[in-house]
Write a protein that binds this ligand. Structure first.
Ligand code: ADP
Length: 596
């Protein structure tokens, strides 16, 4: 949908999509809400009908028993209606809604998990994604409620209209005509509302960002240490001013339409009341017909404005709906193959090229890794080292060339099984709100896994810290879920992330700057431990600290996305190229730091 044009048609289409999504998620929820709308709407028709029966019976001077008949029927009907009404709203709807929200979340989590990593690279998609996540279930519930309310008002006005037709067709036709004109005016009023709502989006977006800035922990330090908060406070002032200006302008633009609608209703209602009074005095109609005609006009007017109000609500939500739709319609491009990967023997990159959007990052890279190799990938920041790893793990697919696992293109393999063969720790590893053991396993813990977890933690040199934790491997990490959760330092958390790789017994271990948060002593111990414990494994180390990588079997040096040098440490030092320069520079820095 064109983002700059929220039209009534678009918002109806969007709502249709959202409803079909809601229906697929929980058909019972959508059907029951629609049925309840229908029942509530029909109630208005029945009320009018029963009222006219009672009043006409009184007017005709019928016996009390005859008058009591429609009254009893009406009482019975109301009792039944309110029973259904309260059962639905207090019991069924609350349960169905919670169940529906749970299912929407599940759908959302599933979709989020299968999306390409590239989806997160586009700031526009990422913003929409967050927007969709925050609003999707609320939007679906609101749209479903809108549908229910619309059905209620349509059923209500139709049934009232039907009753009126039986009393005075001419009046029914007049009310319908007025309602139609009323709707046309309200439609134009809605268009104005959509337009201004659209114009206000930018202000909402800014306001949302400022709210997040002041409420999230991410910015807490900057708020206290820099002047950025003042800027944002001023920006908030501007947002409020612009919102006020646009809102007033929108209200002024819509004023004429609302005024005309109300004037029209007033004039038509007055005319009908006068006309019906005359008929009553002439004796051409009974008091019952008079009373219910007046009641019908008010009911019809209310319901018609309610129908248009529902369209306004849908229009207001159009933008959210759009984002939710886009999110669910986004399909992953990285698809799983069928082949089951055998234990790792070799990995080969042939002329691999890759670009993020339009930015080339890797150019014609060819290299080969054999089982048992200890490989170092080195280079300055931004050389493309991490990207290379992401391609090997199929978090992105290559743009040119191919990657072969045991001689077959990695695209042929089952994605989940291929990734299970490889264990990777990234620089931006994450600790989850879970116990130490669950963090190591990245899964649920069962008591038979204790030895495995302890060994992995020992291999990643975490044992010393483990002894100080209150509940050992059952210590809960972070305070997101647990009030008394433990927060680890950067280096300690990094060791947990490394233990994750050891616990999974992958054939190929990939470590992206595994010691970036460690002090030199801890780094040395960790390197020794990795060397000892990953003896049979193939290990790819990424680092720009060359002291970590010098003992590798082979070193690949990357510069600006190109593989420029390869060989053992001694060979590369002998070549006296970029690697030797980088190594000497780092060694010199180290020596001068020590001597200072
Ligand atoms: P290295 O690991 O060697 O430091 P990376 O592979 O992380 O380098 O990044 C290589 C280049 O690609 C850098 O210029 C970086 O800014 C860019 N880059 C990395 N990730 C993304 C991304 N998701 N979207 C766009 N550019 C990216």
């Amino acid at each position: 949908m064109n983002k700059n044009r929220v039209t009534l048609i678009n918002s109806i289409k969007n709502s249709g999509h959202i409803l079909s999504l809601a229906f697929k998620t929980s058909p019972g929820y959508v059907i029951c809400r629609a049925l309840m709308g229908l029942v509530t709407g029909m109630k208005h028709g029945f009320e009018i009908y029963f009222t006219s029966m009672v009043l006409n019976a009184i007017d005709r001077g019928e016996s009390l028993a005859q008058i009591l008949q429609p009254i009893c029927l009406m009482a019975l009907f109301w009792a039944l209606y309110y029973l259904i009404y309260h059962l639905y709203w207090n019991l069924l709807n609350a349960r169905q809604k919670l169940d529906f929200q749970h299912r929407v979340h599940k759908k959302f989590f599933h979709k989020a998990g299968e999306l390409d990593l590239a989806a997160y690279d586009s700031p526009e998609f990422y913003n929409d994604f967050i927007y969709a996540m925050r609003n999707c279930e609320a939007v679906m519930v609101r749209t479903n409620d809108c549908l229910g309310d619309m059905i209620r008002s349509i059923a209500g006005s139709t049934s009232v209209f039907a009753v009126l037709l039986t009393i005075k067709p001419m009046i029914a036709a007049l009310i319908l005509g007025v309602a139609a004109i009323n709707m046309v005016f309200r439609y134009f009023k809605n268009l104005i509302d959509y337009k201004y709502h659209q114009l206000l989006q930018e202000q909402y977006r800014k306001s949302w960002y400022i709210d997040r800035f002041f409420s999230l922990a991410d910015f807490a330090k900057e708020i206290r240490l820099t002047g950025v908060a003042d800027n944002l406070r001023q920006e908030h002032r501007r947002v409020v001013d612009d919102t006020r200006r646009l809102t007033v302008k929108g209200n002024q633009a819509g004023f004429a339409f609302t005024f005309i609608v109300d004037l029209l209703s007033f004039v038509s209602e007055s005319f009908i009341i006068l006309y019906m009074s005359k008929l009553l005095f002439d004796g051409s109609i009974l008091v019952g017909a008079f009373a219910i005609t007046i009641q019908s006009i008010w009911k019809m007017n209310n319901m018609i404005s309610d129908i248009t109000a529902q369209f306004t609500k849908l229009g207001r939500d159009a933008l959210y709906i759009d984002k939710v739709r886009t999110f669910f319609a986004t399909e992953p491009t990285i698809r799983s193959g069928e082949r089951v990967p055998e234990p790792f023997r070799s990995l080969e990159l042939k002329n691999v090229s890759f670009a993020y959007q339009d930015k080339p990052v890797l150019k014609n890279v060819s290299l080969r890794i054999e089982q048992g190799d200890r490989i170092a990938i080195v280079g300055y920041n931004g050389a493309g080292k991490t990207t290379l790893i992401k391609l090997i793990l199929r978090l992105y697919d290559v743009d040119g060339g191919e990657i072969l696992y045991n001689g077959h293109n990695i695209k042929e393999y089952r994605l989940d099984l291929l990734r299970q063969r490889m264990g990777a720790v990234f620089q931006d590893y994450r600790i989850f709100a879970a116990t130490v053991a669950e963090n190591v396993l990245a899964d649920r813990y069962t008591s038979d896994q204790e030895a495995l977890v302890l060994q992995a933690l020992s291999d990643s040199t975490f044992s010393e810290k483990l002894e100080t934790l209150p509940n050992g491997i059952h210590t809960e990490l972070t305070r997101e879920f647990y009030k008394d959760g433990t927060d680890l330092s950067g280096g300690e958390a990094q060791k947990i992330a490394i233990a994750r790789v050891f616990a999974h017994k992958n054939d190929l271990i990939i470590m992206d700057e595994p010691s970036s948060a460690l002090d030199p002593m801890a780094e040395y111990q960790l390197n020794q431990s990795i060397a000892k414990n990953a003896k049979e494994k193939t290990v790819i180390f990424i680092s720009h600290r060359l002291s970590t990588t010098r003992r590798s079997d082979r070193i690949y040096m990357f510069e600006n996305g190109t593989l420029t040098e390869q060989g053992s440490h001694n060979q590369l030092i002998e070549q006296n190229g970029s690697y030797a320069k980088m190594f000497n520079l780092q060694a010199e820095n180290y020596r001068s730091n020590v001597n200072q």
